[in-house]
Design a protein around this ligand. Structure first.
Ligand code: PMP
Length: 431
C-alpha cells in the first residue's frame, strides 16, 4: 500500500478547523520555491500568507538564526533582556521614529489584542470602531474586530461589547466615483457617532491600510487622511493593522508610508521574522509610557531566536528589498493588466508592490468564487501556489516572496494565464 500523504494523515490527526488552504505537504523551501513530499517543485505565490517576505530559508536569515541558537535560546522575555530583542526594537523604531516604543508578542491577533488593550488603558473609553470586510484575527477579541465573514463569529457570539463597524471604500463594488465612495464611508462613521456611540466614548479605530482578507482593497489616500483627522478631532487613537501589509510587501517598509498617514498604534506580525512566531505593536511613546507594568504580557513574546530572524529581515529590507518589491510588483501588475484586456471576467487588478489582487466576476458581473477555485486548482497542478481572498472568495492574491525575480514572475504568469484560460473554457463548456 502506498504511504499516506501528509494531507491524509492530517485528516486523522487534526480537526477540520486546522485544515490548510491547499492539500500540500511540503518538505523543503528555497527562495520562491517549495517542494512537496513527492519532490514536485512549486513557485510559491502565497509565502505562507505574506510571511516569508525574504524567501524560504534565506541564507542570511538562516545564518543569523543559527548564530543566535548557538548563543542563547531563552524563553523568558518576562524575565530578562537580550541583544536581539534590543537590536530589533532599535531597527524598527529607527525606521518608524523614536517618538514611538515597541512591545513584542507572538501573533497578529495577539498584537491586535495588545493594541486595543493599550487604547482602552490610556483613553479610559469603551468604544472601538472597526471596518466592514476587515480581518484582525481569530482570538475572541479579534474575532469581534473581524467583519469579513459571519462564519468567524458563528456560535462564538457574546463577543467584546461596544465594537461598531464603518464602511471601507471599495468603489469598484459600490459603483460610485472615488470621491463619492469616500464620502459615503465617512458618513458611515458619522452615523455611528450619531446613532450608536458618541466619539468621546470611542477609544480607537482599527483598520488595515489595505484590506487583506477582505479582497486586497486599496483605499484612496484621502480616506485614510480623513480618518486620521476624525481621530485627531475626537481624541480617538488610530490603529493600523499592518500584519499583512508590513515589512516591504507594498513596496515600502510599512504600508502607511504609501498614504502619508501615521497611526498612533500599529500592529505587526507575519513577515516580521520570515516565518518565526513574532509580532509587535509600535505605539506613540507617550501612550506606551502610560501602560502600567504587569498589566499585559506573555511568556514567549520577543524570544531571542525570532528577534534574531527579525533583525536579519530588517537588514535585508534596508538593503533594498522593499524597493525591489515596488519595482517587480509594477512589472507583474502590468502583465496582469494586459491579461485583463483579454477577459471580461477580470473585473480589476489592484494593489501596491507585491500585494496584488485580481478580481473575477461572471458574465453578468456577479462575484465568481467558483472560477477562482478552478484557477487555483489548475495552477497548483502546474506548480504554482495561489491563494484567494475577498468576502466572496472571488479575488486571487499574489503575494510571492519579495526576492522573486523577473524570470520567476514570467514563469508564474505563464502558469496563471494558462490556468485562467483553462478554467474559463471549462466553465463555458458546462453552460
Ligand atoms: N491582521 C491581519 C490584517 C491579518 O491578515 C491576519 C492574518 N491573516 C491577522 C491580523 C491575524 O494574524 P495571526 O494569524 O498571526 O493571528
Amino acid at each position: 500500500m502506498p504511504e499516506k500523504s501528509m494531507y491524509q494523515q492530517a485528516l486523522d490527526l487534526f480537526p477540520p478547523v486546522a485544515l490548510r488552504a491547499t492539500q500540500l505537504g511540503v518538505v523543503k523551501g528555497e527562495g520562491a520555491y517549495v517542494w512537496d513530499e513527492n519532490g514536485k517543485k512549486y513557485i510559491d505565490f502565497a509565502s505562507g500568507v505574506a510571511v516569508v517576505n525574504c524567501g524560504h530559508n534565506h541564507p542570511y536569515v538562516v545564518e543569523k538564526v543559527k548564530e543566535q541558537i548557538d548563543e542563547l535560546i531563552h524563553g523568558g522575555h518576562n524575565v530578562v533582556y537580550y541583544p536581539s530583542y534590543i537590536k530589533l526594537a532599535e531597527k524598527i523604531l529607527g525606521h518608524v521614529g523614536r517618538d514611538y516604543k515597541i512591545y513584542f508578542s507572538n501573533s497578529g491577533a495577539e498584537a491586535n489584542e495588545a493594541a486595543i488593550k493599550l487604547a482602552k488603558q490610556v483613553t479610559h473609553r469603551p468604544g472601538i470602531i472597526s471596518f466592514k470586510h476587515s480581518f484582525h484575527g481569530r482570538t475572541l477579541a479579534t474575532t469581534t474586530l473581524t467583519a469579513s465573514n459571519a462564519k468567524y463569529r458563528r456560535n462564538y457570539e457574546g463577543l467584546l461589547p461596544s465594537v461598531y463597524y464603518a464602511d471601507f471604500p471599495y468603489a469598484t463594488r459600490s459603483g460610485l466615483s472615488e470621491k463619492a465612495e469616500v464620502e459615503r464611508c465617512l458618513r458611515s462613521i458619522d452615523e455611528i457617532f450619531h446613532d450608536l456611540i458618541e466619539p468621546e466614548q470611542v477609544a480607537c479605530m482599527i483598520l488595515e491600510p489595505i484590506q487583506g482578507e477582505g479582497g486586497y482593497i486599496v483605499p484612496p489616500k484621502s480616506f485614510l487622511q480623513a480618518v486620521r483627522k476624525i481621530c485627531d478631532d475626537h481624541g480617538i487613537l488610530l490603529i493600523f493593522d499592518e500584519v499583512q501589509t508590513g515589512f516591504g510587501r507594498t513596496g515600502k517598509i510599512f504600508a502607511y508610508e504609501n498614504f502619508d498617514v501615521k497611526p498612533d498604534i500599529m500592529s505587526l506580525a507575519k513577515a516580521i521574522a520570515n516565518g518565526f512566531p513574532l509580532s509587535a505593536i509600535v505605539a506613540r511613546r507617550d501612550l506606551m509610557d502610560q501602560w502600567p507594568a504587569g498589566t499585559h504580557g506573555g511568556t514567549f513574546g520577543g524570544n531571542p531566536v525570532a528577534c534574531a530572524a527579525g533583525v536579519a529581515v530588517f537588514e535585508l529590507l534596508e538593503a533594498g528589498l522593499a524597493d525591489h518589491a515596488a519595482e517587480i510588483g509594477a512589472y507583474f501588475k502590468q502583465k496582469l493588466l494586459e491579461l485583463t484586456e483579454k477577459h471580461d471576467e477580470i473585473l480589476e487588478v489592484r494593489g501596491l508592490g507585491l500585494m496584488i489582487g485580481i478580481e473575477f466576476v461572471d458574465r453578468s458581473g456577479r462575484p465568481d468564487g467558483a472560477i477562482v477555485t478552478a484557477i487555483r486548482k489548475n495552477a497548483l497542478e502546474k506548480g504554482l501556489i495561489l491563494l484567494n481572498c475577498g468576502v466572496d472568495h472571488n479575488v486571487i492574491r499574489f503575494i510571492p516572496p519579495l526576492i522573486v525575480t523577473r524570470d520567476q514572475i514570467d514563469a508564474a504568469f505563464a502558469i496563471f494565464k494558462d490556468s485562467v484560460e483553462e478554467a474559463l473554457h471549462e466553465a463555458a463548456q458546462k453552460k
